[in-house]
Design a protein around this ligand. Structure first.
Ligand code: 4AD
Ligand code: MG
Length: 429
């Protein structure tokens, strides 16, 4: 019998197939077993009727427990009304009998579930989240490749910081200090003079002391960088990328979003152009809402929540005060206290998903900024070099994959958006 996945059953109605997978749940009326079956690709019901199977299969099904692995061979039938299929089993084989499964139908606390993350990943919601994550990754590659961006792999072990020195993980690199990367951006800035448009995609690390629903210590970032792209065009690339990702998810992951009980209306609205407001306007709006944010303050997580609930699609907040942003951002020529940057905030209270900016491309200006930020010049000399040999205006941005997964899936906390979350108080499993 041909081995198929549950996602293919619609093409096999009335035919004999073999399914291999796990039993998520089961019930029995004595003479007949109904197994809730899953195989990674999807779910289906496997029916084992004593009258239709040999004694060995009947013995096997009586041994089946929740999360046991099985092979079921039989005939596919379709639910008379719904888009659901069923296997009328002829032969059932028990592959691995599961011990009593610790995750039940009852509510578990987050710590218990995170301690059992290796098992929790099997639950339908966790299955759905990882599949949406996969779509977002693929859509990102697809979109960027279509726009001429070349995948370029930035290093993970670095001699310097990229996003400030307070959140660095330091390691001992053969007797010298080294750091786990916070972002591959600086390396991409070197790469554009070779490839024009580049992106990286990989794990980055922040020794964040923040215990919020938005922070991980290890997360996946996609940094993109493009030569001859200035501030305005940088925003256009971002809104098109995010719109493409959301559209792909809505197209490919209907079932997953249903399992996640995600209201898809707000996602259907994610189309260019996104809203654009300046930092100064954002502060004004927030103060009207009762926030005590200062005129030159960074937006806090609560500010972002309040602000993004006022809009029905993502919002760019542009031109932050230079003092609260990274050293490499280019100053706004019309107001040198501010930079040509934008944070992209997801609506529905989610907040920042992208940070980006035009970069300082003048050697002396950049050097002055680095001195202001008290950065050591010698280990950054290679980066300064890029401004000596054919410097060009350029811009880029970085997205946090888990922030986007959490938003698209409608998750309350970022920890479920990554397979094995690393948080300030969690390194296991
Ligand atoms: O805003 P950030 O710090 O920007 C950079 O690192 C730039 N070098 C990117 C660039 O221009 N190439 O981080 C980028 C994004 C944020 O918008 C957020 O989505 C995510 O990374 N992020 C985090 N996600 C999870 N946990 C954390 N602790 C995060 N810190 C940032
Ligand atoms: Mg940021």
């Amino acid at each position: 019998m041909e081995q198929v996945f549950t996602s293919q059953l619609k093409d096999y109605i009335g035919k004999e197939v073999t399914l291999k997978g796990w039993v998520a749940n089961l019930r029995s009326s004595g003479k007949i077993y109904f197994l809730e079956f899953r195989d990674g690709a999807g779910f289906t019901q496997v029916v084992v009727n004593q009258k239709e199977v040999e004694e060995s299969s009947w013995q096997a099904v009586q041994q089946v427990t929740i999360e046991s692995s099985i092979i079921a061979e039989g005939v596919v039938s379709k639910h008379p009304k719904k888009e659901e299929y069923e296997l009328q089993t002829k032969i059932l084989t028990l592959v691995g009998k599961a011990e009593e499964y610790p995750i039940g139908k009852k509510e578990h606390g987050p710590d218990f579930l995170l301690d059992n993350r290796h098992l929790w990943l099997r639950s339908p919601k966790q299955w759905a989240i990882q599949r949406v994550r996969n779509t977002i990754i693929n859509a990102t590659y697809e979109f960027l490749n279509s726009q001429g961006f070349i995948k370029f792999d930035s290093p993970i072990l670095t001699p310097t910081s990229c996003e400030g020195t307070t959140t660095l993980f330091e390691i001992d690199y053969f007797g010298e200090p080294a750091y786990l990367t916070q972002s591959g951006q600086l390396y991409l800035e070197a790469a554009i003079a070779s490839l024009g448009r580049v992106f990286d995609f990989g794990p980055v690390f922040r020794a964040e002391k923040s215990k919020t629903r938005r922070h991980l210590t290890e997360f996946w970032m996609m940094d993109a960088e493009a030569a001859f792209v200035e501030h305005e065009e940088n925003l256009k690339i971002q809104e098109e990328l995010i719109s493409f990702i959301v559209a792909r998810t809505l197209e490919i992951n209907k079932k997953e979003l249903e399992i996640l009980e995600r209201d898809t209306k707000p996602l259907e609205n994610v189309k260019p152009p996104f809203y654009r407001i300046t930092h100064a306007e954002a502060v004004k709006k927030l103060r009207e809402q009762g926030s005590d944010i200062g005129e030159m303050d960074d937006l806090g997580a609560d500010d972002e929540t309040v602000l993004t609930q006022m809009y029905d699609k993502p919002i760019f907040v542009e031109k932050y005060p230079a003092a609260v942003k990274a050293f490499y951002m280019k100053r706004d020529p019309s107001d040198p206290t501010r930079v040509l940057n934008a944070d992209l905030l997801a609506h529905e209270g989610y907040g920042e998903i992208i940070g980006g900016s035009q970069r300082e491309d003048n050697y002396n200006e950049l050097l002055a900024r680095m001195k202001e930020h008290k950065l050591p010049i010698e280990p950054f000399q290679w980066y300064l070099d890029t401004r000596k040999f054919g410097s060009v205006p350029h811009s880029g941005f970085g997205y946090g994959l888990e922030r986007i997964v959490a938003w698209i899936c409608g998750l309350k906390h970022i920890r479920e958006s990554i397979p094995f979350p690393r948080l300030i108080n969690r390194l296991r499993p």
